[in-house]
Design a protein around this ligand. Structure first.
Ligand SMILES: Nc1ncnc2c1ncn2[C@@H]1O[C@H](COP(=O)(O)OP(=O)(O)OP(=O)(O)O)[C@@H](O)[C@H]1O
Length: 745
């Protein structure tokens, strides 16, 4: 007996008959149909062998056009499995009506999407399993933000209180302000630690202004700097300067000023000559002026504030700070010194020893304040199990995503949060190139035209390799915008007070728990609500207990839930067979198809021209370089060898892992099918392998310790004028070549 499919084949293979001629024909007997079928099969085989060459060529051209969504080279096996199916596709191309029906029958075959034919199987195949995430009980470090006191209860000038109320819109003091302002007004040095967004800036700015406005005879420009405020980034310098400008409105005779890399030195020199009383600066640019600007005089300095003090140290600015402290100490009256941060640890001992005199340690949370009497200056060791407070109304999530799916997962998340509601998202990635790449890719693929009174998605970017003017523009623009997505490096992690940010996404995990705290601290500020999402690959899930050690607790968000956002509209529709009554399996399948359609769009944009391929490769390279710079104690989690290069390349929209990455990766997985399979089956085994290999010397790491690399990387992120002031240092850093951003400089 003939099966129905054979029957179908038999009927269709009477090629050349139009449907009308088919209907007019006398029905064939079973015997005749069987003979015809055999003949047709023989014909087909003959045809197949004749067509083999062109068919192969055609497959090649499919790839070139991006129509075939085949995966990385290591998945050739999968392609082989599908070979037969593709051969059919070639034959079928002569009979389009049949082609559609045949294709729909195949479970994982080519799907028509309306824009291109794609294979949906590869994006969701050969991925490592997503391990189960357990959420251990964590006793969170709690800090109360507000007190019941108002600024008028403090011993402040009435004009200052009025300015706080009317210009800055603040009347009730926060806990950190309540504790810090009186201590500083009493003339003591202080070390201040309180959670992000708790008002630390005013806790030192108010006493500085209060004390300077009272100086008699009145301060004049010619007195030069009376207060010096050091912050690690240009944007934070700008922001702090603006706060002082506002506070000084009733005290116009006190002049604030800002010095930072990227600005014209000549103009800054002129301003210094005219006289600045409250000087806000990044460390590198201040050292630059100390060395090169004769008119800079520190003879009157009464205040030294080091905001984000741990970062200033962590960045390897000890030398600069030494220069600054020496310059300040050599002249002038006795000085009040203040160190502040949300993550001050005993690692700041060095700084505290050098520049504080019998400081008061202010800690808002109940846990023990940093012990300033120890002797270690190794911040990374000192802070390994330090507990950090995060804002009370911050909801912290983690999603475990295999590398191949990362890009579409991020895109689905952005679409969910920004397409149908107004949200402001900040997305942290590890390098300037990756920021550039993602910004341009998402702009091309996701921004789309504005529809139904909805504005188009707005994507912005901020990193250390941008021109200063552009950096400032973006910072201002994003600050005032009601919605949008900001891709950035850690240059935006510290201190920035970007209003109404609703989500922080850490697309690449930070290299320290303290940095995690600062990144997520860009939302849920001053008692507000906010959420954060950390992306981890299955091999990186050991980072969750690592954060738990610091009293940071994350809730899991399921990958499927994020991807299912693609079902909200039909922009990335799959075959279109899914409807609301379909099973959950069908829903999952349709979601996967849509994810694949989206991935295909990304890949098509990346592969549209050689320049964009180059950009993607550069971004991938810098990502891999950054990956090698995780500190030694995190190497068992973030090890370059546990990265699958082909899959990682896919998260940069590349269809294959580029050649020549071995110098960076020192043996990360590329095209080894077996390795890939092992990884899929046993992520734990791979993790162990990775940690076991951590002690081995790898290419590209040969000459540098992890701390050197970390230092070098983070320093480059925080371009602050140093690079311009010290050409020699820059050359040396370039030779190190530890981060994409440095190479670019
Ligand atoms: N007493 C207050 N009442 C209301 N808002 C305040 C008060 N003090 C400060 N703010 C506002 O809270 C926001 C966060 O303040 P600030 O940037 O000083 O926080 P922070 O503790 O320095 O954060 P980070 O650790 O991230 O640098 C700012 O917008 C600031 O204007």
């Amino acid at each position: 007996m003939m099966s129905s499919s054979e029957d179908q084949l038999c009927l269709n293979i009477h090629s050349g008959f139009s449907s009308s001629s088919l209907t007019n024909r006398k029905p064939l007997s079973a015997q005749q149909r069987w003979v015809t079928l055999k003949k047709q099969r023989a014909e087909k085989r003959k045809f197949s062998s004749q067509e083999e060459e062109p068919a192969k060529k055609k497959r090649g051209s499919f790839k070139e056009r991006g129509l075939q969504h085949s995966d990385t080279a290591e998945e050739e096996e999968e392609e082989e499995e599908e070979e037969e199916e593709e051969a059919d596709t070639q034959i079928d191309s002569r009979a389009p009506q049949k082609k559609t029906k045949e294709k729909e029958k195949k479970k994982d075959g080519v799907k028509e999407t309306g824009r291109s034919s794609i294979k949906t199987s590869s994006l969701f195949k050969h991925n490592p399993e997503i391990p189960e995430i357990h959420r251990p009980a964590v006793s969170l470090v709690k800090e109360k933000i507000f007190t019941s006191d108002s600024f008028s209860d403090l011993d402040l000038h009435p004009h200052l209180v009025a300015t706080l109320n009317k210009v800055l819109n603040v009347s009730i003091v926060t806990s950190v302000q309540k504790q810090t302002i009186p201590v500083l007004l009493s003339g003591r040095d202080a070390v201040v630690r309180s959670q992000t967004g708790s008002g630390k800036t005013l806790s030192y700015a108010v006493p500085v202004v209060q004390s300077l406005q009272a100086v008699q005879p009145k301060i004049s420009r010619s007195d030069g700097p009376l207060a010096v405020v050091i912050v690690p980034t240009r944007e934070l310098a700008q922001q702090t300067f603006q706060t002082f400008q506002k506070l000084l409105k009733p005290f116009m005779w006190i002049v604030p000023g800002v010095l930072m890399g990227g600005e014209k030195r000549k103009a800054e020199k002129a301003r210094l000559r005219k006289g600045i009383n409250i000087l806000v600066s990044t460390p590198g640019r201040l050292v630059d002026h100390i060395k090169n600007t004769l008119s800079i005089a520190f003879s009157a300095v009464r205040w030294l504030i080091l905001d984000e003090a741990d970062r200033t140290l962590d960045l390897g600015f000890e030398k600069d700070l030494t220069v600054i402290l020496n310059s300040l100490n050599s002249k002038g009256p006795s000085r009040q010194n203040v160190l502040l941060s949300a993550t001050l640890t005993s690692g700041v001992n060095w700084l505290a020893d050098v520049c504080l005199d019998d400081p008061v340690s202010i800690q808002v949370s109940g846990s023990a304040p940093p012990d300033l009497k120890g002797s270690t200056s190794d911040l990374s060791t000192a802070s390994k199990s330090e507990s950090f407070a995060v804002p009370e109304h911050l909801k912290q999530f983690v999603v475990v995503v295999p590398s191949k799916i990362r890009l579409v997962c991020l895109a689905a998340f952005i679409l969910d949060k920004c397409k149908f509601s107004q949200n402001k998202l900040v997305i942290f990635v590890s390098s300037c190139e990756a920021v550039e790449f993602l910004h341009s890719l998402f702009n091309s693929v996701l921004s789309g035209p504005s529809t139904n009174n909805k504005p188009k998605l707005s994507f912005m970017r901020l990193h250390g390799n941008m021109k200063q003017e552009e950096r400032s523009d973006v910072f201002q623009q994003f600050s005032v915008s009601k919605s949008g997505v900001l891709f950035c490096t850690d240059v935006a992690a510290r201190g920035l007070d970007l209003p109404a940010v609703s989500w922080i996404i850490q697309y690449t995990p930070p290299s320290a728990a303290a940095e995690y705290v600062h990144r997520v601290g860009r939302t849920a500020r001053i008692g507000g609500k906010g959420s954060s999402l950390l992306f981890l690959t299955p091999a990186e899930t050991a980072y969750i207990p690592e954060l738990t050690n610091h009293k940071i607790s994350l809730e899991e968000m399921k990958l499927q839930d994020i991807l299912s956002c693609l079902m909200m509209d039909d922009t990335y529709k799959g075959r279109g067979k899914y409807h609301s009554k379909s099973s959950s399996k069908a829903l999952e399948q349709e979601t996967r198809e849509r994810a694949t359609v989206l991935q295909t769009e990304f890949e098509n944009v990346v592969h549209a021209d050689t320049q964009s391929v180059q950009n993607a490769k550069k971004a991938l390279q810098s990502f891999l370089r950054a990956y090698t710079t995780y500190p030694a104690h995190l190497k068992h989690i973030f090890h370059i060898r546990s990265l699958h290069l082909g899959h990682t390349a896919k998260s940069f929209g590349l269809r294959d892992a580029p050649q020549g990455l071995s110098a960076i990766t020192g043996g990360a997985k590329t095209h080894n099918k077996n390795q890939n399979k092992n990884q899929s089956r046993s992520p734990v085994k791979n993790q162990n392998k990775a940690s076991g290999g951590a002690g081995q010397r790898r290419a590209g790491e040969k000459r540098f310790s992890s701390s050197q690399r970390e230092l070098s990387l983070s320093r480059s992120e925080f371009s602050n004028g140093m690079e311009e002031g010290n050409a020699k240092k820059k050359k040396k850093k370039k030779k190190f070549g530890q981060s994409g951003e440095e190479e670019e400089k």
